[in-house]
Design a binder for this molecule. Structure first.
Ligand SMILES: CCCCCCCCCCCCC/C=C/C(=O)SCCNC(=O)CCNC(=O)[C@H](O)C(C)(C)COP(=O)(O)OP(=O)(O)OC[C@H]1O[C@@H](n2cnc3c(N)ncnc32)[C@H](O)[C@@H]1OP(=O)(O)O
Length: 241
């Protein structure tokens, strides 16, 4: 099933011309990817500046949360891109990736000030930033048919370490939130109430943490398959959503 070829310009052209999309979609995706690369670069610079000026990560999340919320929420458009078929990727895989990020930003870290200075928050912020600068610049240069090999290499190698490290940062952050959520009952609905419905955010967070066990390996193996396809030219038959 696998055909292997040398990495290099010929293989690169093959990768770039494989799935043609229309000029309007190409223009839109190029603008989108440039904007997202710029957004994550702004976040990277803000993080470096904050650390250089203060010598600590405490207060970092608060200082950049508006920008982070904006660009991470903007990534919801990636679901629209797959749903309309302008990018050839799985809606399901993208939905899990994007929703878990949005959840971390809006419903965990930004909602609970008490955990914003945890080291685990710094961990996932750094990992997300490195990942997204690489990913969006890869898409941009690929669309422009001028993909430097080191960006392609970084896109399909860095995730091997960054993905699990990012997940550890996210899980530790949710874990740090648990005592506060249990104590305050935030986002929870206790009986009796006029809707006759009960919801416990504490247990919801525990379920979210457990859902990483089946879901994360699927995302990771998806990326390993992408890596084999792009870097080693393997032909991989993807299952339909
Ligand atoms: C209610 C709450 C629910 C919570 C649920 C919790 C469970 C969560 C469990 C999982 C937890 C994950 C947490 C995530 C943590 C992190 O992110 S840590 C940081 C490290 N992260 C990564 O390395 C992320 C890796 N993931 C990705 O890259 C993507 O998000 C992906 C969707 C998982 C995979 O990307 P995919 O698009 O399938 O692969 P590619 O090889 O990049 O692209 C495939 C083709 O699509 C084209 N394409 C895609 N997007 C674009 C674009 N924006 N512009 C242009 N083109 C695009 C791409 O070029 C490829 O096309 P071809 O060349 O034609 O193949």
């Amino acid at each position: 099933m696998a055909s292997s070829e040398e990495d290099g310009p010929a293989e690169e052209k093959e990768h770039t011309k494989k799935k043609a999309i229309g000029p309007f979609s190409t223009a839109w995706l190029t603008l989108y990817n440039i904007a997202m690369t710029a957004g994550w670069l702004v976040l990277a610079i803000a993080m470096i500046r904050f650390y250089v000026e203060t010598g600590t990560h405490k207060g970092l999340y608060k200082s950049l949360q508006k920008t982070l919320k904006f660009f991470q929420t903007f990534a919801l458009l990636e679901l629209v891109h797959c749903a309309f078929g302008i990018v050839h990727t799985s809606v399901l895989v993208t939905a899990v990736q994007v929703s878990s990020r949005i959840f971390m930003v809006w419903f965990v870290t930004s909602s609970i000030k008490q955990i914003q200075n945890e080291e685990s928050v710094l961990l996932f912020l750094v990992v997300w930033t490195l990942t997204e600068i690489t990913r969006y610049s890869f898409y941009t240069f690929n669309l422009l048919n001028h993909l430097p090999y080191f960006i392609k290499w970084a896109r399909y190698n860095l995730f091997i370490i960054l993905y699990p490290v990012g997940v550890v940062g996210e899980l530790l952050t949710i874990y740090a939130a648990l005592p506060y959520v249990q104590r305050t009952g935030m986002y929870s609905l206790r009986l009796p109430n006029k809707y006759n419905v009960s919801f416990d955010y504490y247990y919801f967070l525990l379920i979210v943490m457990c859902s990483y066990i089946p879901l994360f390996p699927q995302l990771y193996f998806h990326m390993l398959r992408q890596r084999r396809k792009v870097l080693h030219g393997e032909v991989i038959v993807e299952k339909e959503d």
